[in-house]
Design a protein around this ligand. Structure first.
Ligand SMILES: *Cc1c(COP(=O)(O)O)cnc(C)c1O
Length: 487
């Protein structure tokens, strides 16, 4: 285990009695007596100057890899560049300082943003109903399954409680289905990375609520028999849910609605460029086909009075499953997404997908002689390679990833999907130049050579980062979830 190379001081260690970063203005109201029991002397807060605070946290922030500092091919997460104009728009005072409880006639601009975003997203996926409420992709999935359940119950089909999930689905798919009270049945993939049609059809019976399919799947592969898959589920009375978190794979080129899907969610914080990672706010809007519009979570924005301009207001779908989020969802993310859509326009959105697919295939083809790619066919936004070689025993995907950090690259997603051994899931995204991709290819090839010639170099990596290899097991087993005034 490599040693931690830097011991970063805690802010409390920089404390000097009497130092301070802010001075409160003289009070212009009479001082109030605080109750004795609320006062305490034993709280050791750091006494530091403004420059101490700024330098401490800026230094810490620079230990992080970020989309704004380097290439970040973290498969399935779409860590692409987020245009700064989105931030300018989200920070406009008229958007940033409104309150969700303001009367509707004072927030018509914000309602217009939501209305138009609903319309654009509906058009992009080819479905007429959209709710912007869900706060993330997994939350959108949860919402979608609740809609699926409400639909079946409304038709008196209470026995429909089974959701089929292919083994190439994103991990959140079985999790959200199970959380919604459904029985989850896994469907295997065939050797081309498609759904095993025979296995699927065997499960298509009167207990089927629906199929939840990530398309393209986590191998980055588009389901080649999507029409047959959708038809089989529909014929059995089930609904088809599409996980559209990675829509940069066919944005502006193909539409879920045209493929016969009933429900889909999108990740605004991936495809529509809101900074994400670290649990920051995202949005996972859900779109539905005509027969499911009444079940959407409410309220949604609609035109309540025609005119120029029209009057917007919140309305409740007739058989709504209810709210899934306090107030109206993450509004700032919606402003960013609408900005992104308007900036790019129809042609630009299509170009996003074309470049995402081109970049992924360029990497795939350039690396296929060095890394084994088990499902090696034309991919969409990402592909999955194996991080192991028969003649480099002991080298794992994790060692390759750690060594990549020495070259200034964020590692790919490791060990997912589970159907590929020692998986390295690589998503370059559309915003990278050929020069960056070539530098990544060179690093990956050098690492493959080192794996044979000097495996220790990989085993002890990273070497050039502020911290060495962390003990990931310890981090998971001995969680420290609150601030402590001791090491
Ligand atoms: C990221 C992702 C999700 C989950 O989205 P969150 O916003 O992280 O909840 C679901 N499905 C796929 C395919 C994804 O890539």
């Amino acid at each position: 285990m490599a040693e931690k190379k830097i011991r970063e001081p805690l802010l409390i260690e920089l404390s000097v009695p009497g130092r301070r970063a802010v001075r409160l203005p003289e009070p212009d109201v009479p001082e109030a007596e605080l109750p004795e029991h609320l006062l305490r002397e034993d709280l050791p807060l750091p006494e530091v100057s403004e420059v101490d605070v700024v330098r401490h946290f800026t230094r810490l922030s620079q230990y992080n890899h970020a989309v704004d500092t380097g290439f970040y091919p973290l498969g399935s997460c779409t860590m692409k560049y987020n245009p700064k104009v989105n931030e300018d728009m989200a920070r406009l005072p008229g958007f940033a300082y409104i309150h969700p409880l303001q009367p509707e006639d004072t927030v018509q601009g914000a309602l217009a943003v939501m209305y138009h975003l609903q319309k654009y997203l509906g058009e992009i996926v080819g479905m007429p109903g959209v709710s912007l409420q869900p706060a993330a992709g997994a939350h959108g999935e949860f919402t979608g399954i609740l809609i699926m359940r409400a639909y079946h119950r409304d038709r008196g089909e209470h026995q429909r409680n089974k959701v089929l999930v292919p083994d190439s689905a994103h991990g959140t798919n079985p999790a959200t289905s199970a959380m919604s009270g459904m029985r989850v049945v896994e469907i295997p993939s065939d050797e081309r990375g498609n759904i095993d049609l025979e296995a699927l059809k065997k499960e298509c019976d009167e207990t089927l609520a629906g199929l939840m399919i990530t398309n393209p799947n986590t191998l980055g592969l588009f389901e080649e028999h999507i029409e047959e898959v959708v038809n089989a589920v529909h014929e059995a009375g089930g609904l088809v849910y599409g996980d559209g978190a990675n829509l940069n794979a066919f944005l502006g080129i193909a539409r879920f609605g045209d493929m016969g899907f009933d429900i889909v969610h999108l990740n605004l914080h991936k495809t529509f460029s809101t900074p994400h990672g670290g649990g920051g706010p995202g949005a996972g809007p859900v779109a539905v086909a005509e027969h499911l519009k009444d079940f959407l979570p409410g309220p949604i924005v609609d035109i309540v009075e025609e005119g120029d301009p029209p009057t917007y207001g919140f309305v409740w779908p007739k058989k709504s499953i209810g709210r899934v989020k306090a107030f109206h969802g993450h509004f700032g993310v919606m402003v960013r997404a609408l900005t992104y859509i308007l900036m790019l326009g129809q042609e630009g959105l299509r170009k996003v997908a074309e470049m995402a697919v081109l970049n992924a295939n360029y990497l795939r083809v350039m690396l296929q002689d060095t890394y084994h790619i088990p499902y090696n066919r034309l991919c969409k936004h990402e592909f999955v390679a194996e991080g192991r070689w028969p003649d480099a025993p002991g080298i794992k995907a994790l060692d390759i990833s750690k060594r990549l950090m020495d070259f200034g690259f964020h590692p790919p997603t490791n060990y997912f999907p589970l159907i590929v051994k020692e998986a390295l899931m690589i998503e370059p995204t559309e915003t990278e130049s050929k020069a960056t991709l070539d530098a990544f290819i060179a690093a990956m090839k050098q690492i493959a050579r080192e794996a044979r010639e000097n495996p220790e170099l990989l085993k002890t990596a990273p070497h050039n980062t502020p911290f060495g290899r962390v003990d990931e097991v310890k981090a998971a087993r001995e969680l420290i979830l609150t601030w402590r005034d001791w090491a």
